[in-house]
Design a protein around this ligand. Sequence first.
Ligand SMILES: [Zn+2]
Ligand SMILES: [Zn+2]
Length: 255
Amino acid sequence: MWIDCHSHTKYSNDNWLEPVDLVRRAKRLGLDGLVVTEHHSVEASEPVEQIGKQEGLLVLRGVEISTDRGHLLAFGLQDDSWNIWGRNNYIPLRELIDRANALGAICVPAHPYREIGLGSLLEGLLDLKGIAAIETHNGGNPDYINDLAVASCEIMHLPSMGGSDCHKLNAVGRCATEFSNPLATWPVSSSRCARAHAAARTTRAFTGKSSYGGRDPNDQMVASEPVGGAGAVWCTGAVEHQWLASGSSGRRLIA
Ligand SMILES: [Zn+2]
Ligand SMILES: [Zn+2]
């Protein structure tokens, strides 16, 4: 199943995207689900989850947190009690990852090679411990920035993830993540997190075309050759995650 793992609505307070429009757009594109990752708050997206239920689309909730070393996505936090630092853009990344992991969440650096001022993670990514995956395909990044994340992901033997990072309607679904197994909820217990760490490998890419670059006539996203393949207008993430599977490939990707 294909899930856009990084999306924002007006509840991020930096855009005007109505949640119902986001959800309907994702459905129309053929996505199987969305993860809403409002800035700094898990609780803010509660109404979006409800809209997902009404519209018949899986909507999961994560959070995107600004830190002293770039942005971090956390999945599996139940509420905003993770935040002992207040709302600021320089939450200490190391402490945040440790706290989120202790709360049973998994952490994924978002667009790690995007320069966002003094605090960008960049190649510091390669030494970062405690992360479950890397966002290799961010819909707001040019390809060369995503390519750096892909290369790091391969070096670190971590799962990769894709998400649009949409703040407006025409960006929804630019990147997504393929999960090989039905996904109903994020892993929240440490044992399930451990399994999430255990095995995932890149399989194939998924290429959507921008809404103004010409989608196919049915306005569906189209699976195609791996990222970087000819004709890709917007590269999208492609990963086989075995979050919930038994009988994984057995590769241990995090020591
Ligand atoms: Zn970000
Ligand atoms: Zn974002």
